[in-house]
Design a protein around this ligand. Structure first.
Ligand code: FRU
Length: 401
């Protein structure tokens, strides 16, 4: 990958049905990125820890979709598209037309004077030749919807509210276009009464602990008016916010980057979360969690693997990977975050990854998931192509199945 940038949340170019696609034989991914700064007065840990305040969306392209081959393409959005200073996560979706039109759904974010976080979209066109991939357009943005304090908490209710990471897709059951996103349960921060109904079946001795009322994560959903996707109209009047699909009231305060996989007549809903955002004495690792519905997009959902945990970091390296994204074939891509530094005298010293982790594959079998293979760093798999290129053949570098 490229030594001049640090990257974290990443996603592949895909179509509205969720399939990863190549464009004229090229694999394309977007990443949240910061340019490396002069470290004379700052440590690399400080640089990494402050990255959210300098984040922009960049892109990579590669003929093979394989770790070592990714070429850095620079910024995706022009700075004129920025409604607020920071560009955070979302999804890059290729339209099903012949005009090479691509939509970047993303989070427009500012932390001053108050927290602002608005799912937004910028549209451009993709081009490629034998030497690489480039984009044009992406010069303006449109706000999709804002936290309304009714379906999800807004900044008046919760100064730390989360409202971001739009994942836009077509629901095969009704042919309608939806966005799922990270939110919080509406209501004043900390003003929730938490009991066993919220926290579920908890063994004796592990009852609701102090601070449970600060866990209020929710996976929000909005539906787009019929015809608006085809018209490329994602403005606020065209979206309707609905009740959240899943909430974690009393359990955890963040369910980030939610996304869906439609498989075997079921709907799998994945989200990433942190050990540090669990509440009320509950514990779980940084990793990807999931839920399954047999009855369509609106559930009800059951936690996968009973606990909801799909892939968690090993507790000897608890912050090793994050921001996992599960594609329709079960390939899971994530980035390397903090790795314990084996050479440092201080046992709490960390090295920074700031690059992509090995891709792994999971099998989805009803309510259970199983790790099946480990692939290369930052390896991406296409299920489709634009216009008609066949997806390249691939073999695992390590197979446990
Ligand atoms: C996940 C995340 C996203 C957010 C981005 C900001 O790693 O927290 O929810 O959009 O990172 O860097």
């Amino acid at each position: 990958m490229d030594e001049s940038v640090m990257i974290w949340d990443t996603g592949a170019l895909r179509n509205i049905h969720g399939e990863t696609v190549t464009f004229k034989g090229w694999h394309v991914i977007w990443s949240l990125a910061v340019d490396k700064i002069d470290l004379t007065n700052a440590s690399i840990v400080e640089e990494w820890d402050t990255r959210n305040n300098r984040a922009y969306i960049g892109f990579w392209f590669s003929k093979t979709g394989n770790g070592a081959d990714w070429q850095w393409g620079g910024r995706l959005l022009q700075t004129s598209a920025d409604l607020r200073p920071h560009e955070w996560s979302g999804s890059l979706v290729m339209r099903e037309d012949t005009a090479n039109c691509v939509d970047m759904f993303y989070t427009s974010e500012a932390d001053a004077p108050v927290n602002q976080s608005v799912p937004s979209v910028s549209t451009g066109h993709i081009f490629a030749d034998e030497t690489g991939v480039w984009f044009e357009g992406f010069s303006t943005s449109t706000e999709m919807f804002s936290a309304d304090g009714i379906h999800e908490a807004n900044s008046d209710e919760d100064e730390y509210f989360d409202f971001r990471d739009p994942h836009v897709f077509m629901n095969p059951e009704d042919g309608r276009v939806y966005a799922v996103y990270e939110g919080n349960v509406p209501g004043m921060r900390g003003d929730f009464t938490i009991g066993s109904k919220e926290q579920g079946l908890i063994p004796p001795g592990f009852e609701v602990g102090a601070g449970a009322e600060y866990g209020a994560a929710a996976i929000g959903i909005a539906v787009l008016d019929d015809g608006a996707y085809e018209a490329g109209d994602f403005s606020k009047s065209r979206w309707t916010q609905l009740e959240p699909l899943v909430t974690a009231l009393g359990v955890n305060d963040q369910t980030e980057r939610p996304h869906v996989v439609f498989r075997d007549g079921r709907v799998y809903l994945f989200t990433i979360s942190h050990a540090s955002t669990y509440s009320g004495g509950l514990v779980g690792p940084d990793g990807v969690y999931g839920f399954v519905s047999d009855d369509g997009l609106f559930g009800p959902y059951r936690p996968l693997n009973s606990s909801g945990l799909v892939l968690g970091n090993n507790q000897t390296q608890p912050l090793a990977t994050y921001s996992h994204f599960v594609d329709p074939e079960g390939y899971v891509q994530s980035f390397i975050n903090y790795i314990p530094d084996p050479t440092a005298a201080d046992p709490s010293a960390y090295r920074i990854g700031a690059t992509l982790a090995p891709t792994v594959r999971i099998a989805l079998e009803g309510d259970r998931t199983f790790l099946s293979d480990v692939w290369n760093y930052g390896e991406i798999f296409a299920q489709g192509a634009w216009p008609v290129d066949p997806a390249p053949d691939k073999r695992p570098i390590v197979s446990e199945s």
